[in-house]
Design a binder for this molecule. Structure first.
Ligand code: FAD
Length: 440
């Protein structure tokens, strides 16, 4: 009589981040035995650094479309997605309290700030916090070296991991525990529309379509090595990056589709090269974990001192695509209008900011972070450091000859014309007549 019954129900919460999918998502799959599952996404609020505030229009659009697609997939399984604003350090503890959450899961994201948030939640929440690494080809324990002995260059890394087996991806989940009684609002639509010049819609369904199109429908993969440096998307490289970065597709799904194509159709240098590029992504992912805060230091891990000026007008003109270099202007305009830029374009634009304009590379990286629909902390900051010569480039940085690049990659000037790269010439310095009267 009077015995107190303990509530033993398992009320779980999955915090979606860069794993916006219901397939091959070990963190999401871990809740099979839960009594209820609350699925949550927090809109990203990039740190206001290097004068960048908020997300660019196309990045915001791609993300919202991805969330809508995920919500629909969850609804089909009797689940739902709660999309909230606010910092995870405040919102997650509040949700844990309000819904009596007993277990929290999340996919681990590299990056110093993400690690700090995760550690804070683990120490403060007082409930079980489960983290999974769902966005890599390999698990930490299958790497043939300890993380502290991680290879310093990409070539060494590639040679060590190239022959490793990539675990097969798991299928889409058919069932999930029900959500708790809660209010799940509609996701507000983005202000921007996809650019007709490069329509890359967000969401898993669009990602799966592009995967099928590039591999099995058009077999574009078979000459990828020759076309990958094309400056415009869709005709050249795979454009898988936005779906990989947001986790609409898992990298193991993409790798296994490449392997299937090689078994069923053809295996050649180009099919291998697409996998080779996924290894670059993998390299920067693990390096971001190891390099931690150094990924954001101007001198990188080696703390290499690199002199530069800071001329705000030069930076503003680079961002606006209004420099004296038509190819750079075209690339920057393409980035802001579509949220995407080819790998060759990114290398050229970064080299210009670092070498021609002599600016701090981190400002360029922050502008990319704001606008790229495929923004990924390891790939973005790692590649910028690489070009600035403070990263893991054995050649100590890259300086691209802009005229030569334009001749090689845009010989007819089609790309520059398409994106309005030729600008009216601008005076380098503007003198205010009121400050310097020439005479009455
Ligand atoms: P494909 O050529 O088809 O390659 C297939 C996949 O391999 C890509 O989707 C990507 O996941 C991976 N990959 C290819 N090249 C690289 C590379 N150099 N580094 C890492 N992964 C690679 N990539 C991002 O995903 N997010 C970023 O924020 C990002 N920022 C970059 C910033 C700079 C300055 C530079 C030079 C590169 C950056 N990259 C970034 C890498 C690369 O430019 C893009 O991954 C690629 O252009 C995406 O187009 P794609 O999918 O058609 O690539």
């Amino acid at each position: 009589m009077g015995e107190c019954l303990r509530d033993t129900s398992m009320r779980h919460l999955h915090w979606f981040q860069n794993d916006l999918r219901i397939a091959d998502n070990p963190a999401l799959a871990s809740h099979a035995a839960a009594d209820s599952l609350l699925c949550v996404y927090l809109m990203p609020k990039p740190r206001p650094w290097c004068n960048m505030i908020g997300l660019g229009g196309q990045r915001d659009r791609f993300l919202r479309e991805s969330l809508q697609d995920l919500k629909t997939a969850l609804n089909d399984r009797g689940q739902d997605l709660m999309v909230l604003e606010g910092s995870p350090e405040l919102v997650i503890p509040d949700l844990v309290k309000r819904y009596g959450i007993t277990d929290l899961s999340m996919s681990r994201t590299p990056g110093y700030y993400e690690r700090k948030t995760q550690e804070l939640l683990e120490s403060r929440l007082g409930i079980a916090v489960h983290t999974y690494r769902g966005n890599t080809l390999f698990e930490e324990q299958t790497l043939p070296f300890e993380l502290e002995h991680f290879p310093e260059t990409f070539s060494k890394f590639r040679r060590k991991v190239e022959k490793l087996t990539v675990r097969g991806p798991s299928a889409e989940l058919e069932r999930l525990p029900p959500p708790p009684a809660a209010q799940f609002d509609a996701i507000p639509r983005a202000a921007a529309l996809p650019s007709p010049a490069l329509p890359l819609p967000g969401g898993r369904q669009a990602g799966l379509r592009r995967l099928r199109q590039f591999l099995f429908d058009q077999e574009s993969i078979t000459d990828y090595k020759q076309t990958r440096n094309c400056l415009d998307g869709l005709d050249g490289s795979s454009t898988f990056s936005p779906w990989l970065a947001n986790g609409n597709l898992s990298v193991r799904e993409v790798a296994h589709e490449i392997f299937r194509f090689e078994r069923e159709r053809v295996a050649n240098e180009s099919t291998y090269w697409l996998y080779f590029e996924l290894l670059w992504r993998e390299f920067f992912h693990w390096r971001a974990i190891i390099d931690d805060i150094n990924l954001f230091r101007m001198g990188g891990v080696p703390r290499r001192v690199r002199g530069c000026t800071f001329e705000p007008r030069a930076f503003a003109r680079w961002c606006a695509g209004d420099t004296e270099y038509p190819l750079i202007n075209a690339l920057m305009r393409q980035l802001v209008e579509t949220g995407w830029m080819s790998n060759r374009g990114r290398q050229i634009a970064a080299s210009c900011l670092i070498n021609e304009l002599d600016l701090d590379w981190r400002f360029g990286a922050a502008f990319f972070e704001k606008h790229l629909i495929d923004y990924d902390v390891g790939s973005n900051y790692g590649n910028w450091q690489y070009i600035a010569g403070v990263g893991w480039d054995p050649r100590g940085g890259r300086h691209f000859n802009l005229e030569k690049q334009a001749r090689e990659h845009d010989p007819e000037g089609t790309f520059v014309a398409k994106w309005g790269g030729v600008r009216p010439s601008q005076p380098e310095f503007v003198t205010d007549a009121a400050d310097w009267p020439i005479g009455d």
